[in-house]
Design a protein around this ligand. Structure first.
Ligand code: FE
Length: 348
């Protein structure tokens, strides 16, 4: 009897521990699959709230993952990340220029992410060769001109705008903005420093007026007849022509067949000290594909980084172009040289 009892007890214990093992296995399985569903991701973003919130909200609806974000100037967010170190609540850093992501990566603030999806979705020239950041939208910086005063056949390259025929006809945004620093940095990569400096000196000699604080003012100056050509990010043009179809300025794709139009990215990386790197990586993967990728670009009239994603119809109406295939990391690496070059050339 006792033996039987002990036997039953053994069997019972065995049965219970088996169930327990199954339960534990089930729990750890859901722990492996589900923490993303319960997680809250924290994003430090240099991209504006109105451009990220609709996309982040869609992620929450689709996955249950909350996305909290803090927006601010990239340099400030990067300093904050560095100061917070291991205690930083941030899982993802998002910026609107590859140079900023390059800086953050160089300072050890971003971690390499191994993701077959990100490697497949984002072209190699729009992501860090070390996999610490990835472009999520592509922005083109090209030539804008007055079709009334400029024969488009006379346009060709950024370098061409240094020629004598553009004397007193060129408008430029300030060299203090990272966009022009990145443009000049990739010109250094393509042409070498000496040739790039000649070009920038030519631009300065051709200026119609003092440099502008932003691309929108520059476009308005062309429309008003203050100058005939300039260099802008295409989404600023898009913001204007969305409401003013008769805006008397056109875009010209620079450097076709000559190295391609200068492109930059808005993009993101997973922070070095994120405690949810896997969930943060899944978030970036989600942003790199499907409707999220199309939406992320369309909210700012940019180009999707993923070539398979749908382009906004207005953006598409500007026609296809050949982008520069120089890795956008060069914009970061050569930024200090670009700043010194522009200073020497008197580009303010
Ligand atoms: Fe911008």
């Amino acid at each position: 009897m006792r033996i039987i009892c002990i036997g039953s007890l053994t069997i019972m214990i065995a049965a219970v521990s088996h169930r327990l093992a199954v339960l534990i296995a089930a729990l750890s399985l859901s722990a492996a699959v589900l923490p993303a569903a319960a997680a809250t991701l924290v994003v430090y973003s240099a991209r504006n709230e109105q451009l990220i919130k609709p996309v982040f909200d869609a992620y929450t609806r689709e996955t249950g993952v909350q996305v909290k974000f803090t927006t601010g100037d990239a340099a400030v967010l990067i300093e904050r990340l560095a100061a917070e170190g291991r205690n930083s609540p941030a899982d993802v850093l998002m910026t609107v220029d590859a140079g900023e992501l390059w800086n953050a990566a160089e300072r050890g603030l971003l971690r390499p992410v191994s993701s077959a999806q990100l490697a497949k979705n984002i072209p190699a020239h729009l992501r860090d060769p070390g996999n610490r950041w990835f472009g999520l939208s592509m922005r083109a910086r090209t030539i804008a001109y007055s079709p009334a005063r400029v024969d488009a056949a006379k346009l060709g390259t950024y370098e061409g705008l240094a020629g004598p025929e553009w004397k007193g006809r060129l408008c430029l945004r300030t060299s203090k903005k990272v966009y022009n620093q990145s443009l000049v940095a990739t010109m250094i990569a393509a042409l070498g420093e000496q040739k790039a400096e000649q070009v920038v000196r030519g631009w300065v000699a051709n200026l119609a007026t003092d440099v502008f604080a932003n691309d929108t003012q520059l476009l308005e100056a062309i429309a008003a007849g203050q100058c005939d050509v300039g260099i802008v990010n295409t989404y600023y043009f898009g913001r204007i022509v969305k409401d003013r179809t008769d805006f008397p300025v056109k875009l010209f794709w620079a450097n076709q067949g000559a190295g391609g139009t200068h492109v930059n990215i808005s993009g993101a990386g997973v922070t070095q000290h994120s405690r949810q790197a896997a969930a943060a990586t899944r978030f970036l993967e989600w942003l790199s594909a499907g409707p999220a990728q199309a939406h992320f670009a369309a909210v700012n009239m940019e180009f999707p980084a993923n070539p398979a994603a749908t382009i906004d119809p207005l953006v598409q109406s500007w026609g296809p172009f050949e982008p520069s295939l120089i890795n956008v990391a060069e914009a970061g690496r050569l930024q200090p040289a670009a700043v010194r070059l522009m200073d020497r050339a008197g580009y303010r």
